[in-house]
Ligand binder design. Structure first.
Ligand code: SAH
Length: 495
């Protein structure tokens, strides 16, 4: 077949196993899409028939954010690349089939420049040396590139010449930032930043709206499919103008801003992360939007307060993290009873759990399920779901005013209370098993996961009968399985 989707040679990447980033690379792209479709159907078809997954025409080099770690080997050779899955060993790579091509070229160019500028790489064990990581972000529509050099020390010898040389070679680099990270940590970025060139941020355009991207701000990593996803979400919302819209778990405000541009009367966003809320406010300003406000706090607490206080929004977008939503949020959503709910999910398991709750406890009917492939070659699945009431609604619209004073909803105090709250992901044995099977191609028994968890001193309450299930004399997992289980526990941030 000449179709580009078929051109992948299974497992063709030389570091496929070591890197661990692309769990499905042993499948052709068509097989990957069908794997994801089947998974969505298995979990969600009890609610409604899922539409066909929307894949990419060219499922390569889609990542607009690329990171590389640096080290010097014992022969003095400088290596840049990714950490071997679950370790701190760097696997050298010059290009990756999922990463932006320009970003990869910039990383190689910087690596080649280091010696002539007498710059060292950082040694994690000795906690000495200069360059730790490089982070490159590129605006898909604007082609503006941001280069962030993460250094172990603040002193940057001949930095002006270095910046001149790299920006001459890559004129699309619009800003260069030095981020200083002297800590023994797994986090790439440190707290202190110096802008060496340009404004310290770049801009991108998504669904006709402008977004500011700074070194630390969250931004969807596949711009082509993000537009597909957001357009689907807006289509499901079916905005006619003047609706009150809640954008919950809003990140930097992207969905709400796009909804405001598509005629929503008033948009209110809520997000837990303070930096993301700052970016959201900035982004609303950059798009000249006056009908949108953002609150920082837990989405569940916010929903609870809004449901208590007064009349209802017309549309609620919800885009929770992998852990999904929670009962506080969902029960308030039912109470609030907006005409339309658009649920955007990056984890079909928690989506199925939340839809089951809504299906059981409300009059919402799951009307449409649309999977979108945001992360080709990985096992991640994104899905947009449309919910509306089984029966036609009659409802009165009352304008709600948020703020201080009589008749207003005091969302700020809710946001303040919510600051202390941080939800924990409920990781099930099933999620661990599926992750391992997708990535390593073998199954692991519940008892093995339980054994590894027990050895790590983790709480065991969620596997009451794990050991009783064993029908044969008790065996222990092989080291390979132990490593796979630990990898999964790390992936789901249990350890
Ligand atoms: N809608 C955004 C971001 C989705 S990612 C986009 O499309 O880019 C999920 C977001 O939920 C993250 O920004 C995360 O910080 C936020 N989040 C996580 N837990 C939350 C909570 N309990 N309340 C509100 N926001 C939360």
């Amino acid at each position: 077949m000449s179709n580009t989707k078929e051109n992948i040679k299974r497992g063709s990447c030389p570091v496929y196993k070591k890197c661990g980033g692309c769990q499905l690379q042993n499948l052709t792209y068509t097989e990957q899409l069908s794997f994801k479709q089947k998974k969505v159907e298995k979990l969600l078809s009890k609610f409604c028939k899922a539409d066909k997954i929307i894949g990419m025409n060219t499922p390569y080099h889609y990542r607009n954010k690329v990171q590389a770690a640096f080290r010097t080997d014992k022969n003095g050779k400088i290596i840049s690349g990714v950490y071997q899955s679950g370790t701190h060993h760097i696997v050298g790579i010059d290009e990756c089939m999922t990463e932006d091509v320009t970003a990869d070229k910039i990383i190689v160019a910087v690596r080649k420049m280091l010696k002539s500028f007498k710059l060292t790489t950082y040694d994690e064990d000795k906690q000495r040396g200069f360059l730790r990581h490089i982070l490159v972000k590129r605006g898909f529509a604007t082609n503006e590139v941001m280069l962030v050099l993460v250094t172990g020390t603040p002193v940057f010898p001949s930095k002006n010449n270095f910046v001149k040389a790299i920006t001459k070679q890559f004129p699309e680099i619009k800003t260069v930032v030095q981020n200083i990270n002297p800590y023994r940590t797994n986090l790439v970025l440190g707290d202190v930043q110096k802008v060496l060139y340009g404004k310290g941020y770049i801009e991108d355009i998504l669904c006709g709206c402008k977004f500011r991207i700074s070194p630390k701000s969250f931004y969807q990593i596949n711009p082509v499919q993000t537009e597909v996803l957001y357009n689907k979400a807006i289509e499901f919302a079916n905005l006619k103008g003047k609706e009150t819209v809640l954008d919950t778990y809003c990140g930097i405000g992207t969905i709400g801003i796009v909804a405001a541009k598509h005629g929503a009367g008033e948009v209110i966003g809520v997000e837990l992360n303070k930096d993301a809320v700052k970016d959201a406010v900035q982004n609303a300003r950059a798009n000249n939007l006056k009908n949108i406000r953002f609150y920082q706090g837990d989405a569940g607490e916010f929903m609870e307060a809004v449901a208590e206080e007064s009349e209802k929004p017309d549309v609620v977008f919800m885009d929770p993290p992998r852990a999904g939503s929670d009962e506080k949020f969902l029960s308030s959503l039912i109470k609030m009873s907006p005409k339309t709910v658009v649920y955007i999910s990056c984890n079909p398991e928690t989506l199925a759990r939340d839809l089951a709750y809504l299906d059981k406890n409300s009059t919402y009917k799951i009307q449409k399920i649309q999977p979108v492939d945001m992360f080709p070659h990985t096992a991640h699945i994104e899905t947009v779901v449309l919910l509306s009431h089984k029966k036609a609604d009659s409802y009165i619209h009352i304008d709600v005013e948020f703020g201080e004073g009589e008749g207003k909803i005091p969302v700020d105090s809710i946001a303040k209370r919510a600051e202390a709250y941080k939800p924990k992901e409920k990781v099930t044995y099933k999620m661990i098993k599926e992750y391992i099977e997708a990535k390593y191609g073998f199954k692991v028994h519940t008892a093995y996961i339980a054994e590894v968890k027990r050895n790590l001193g983790l709480p065991m309450y969620d596997a009451p009968n794990a050991v009783e299930e064993l029908k044969q004399p008790r065996k222990h997992p092989t080291p390979e399985k132990v490593e796979a289980i630990k990898d999964a526990l790390r992936y789901f941030a249990v350890i």
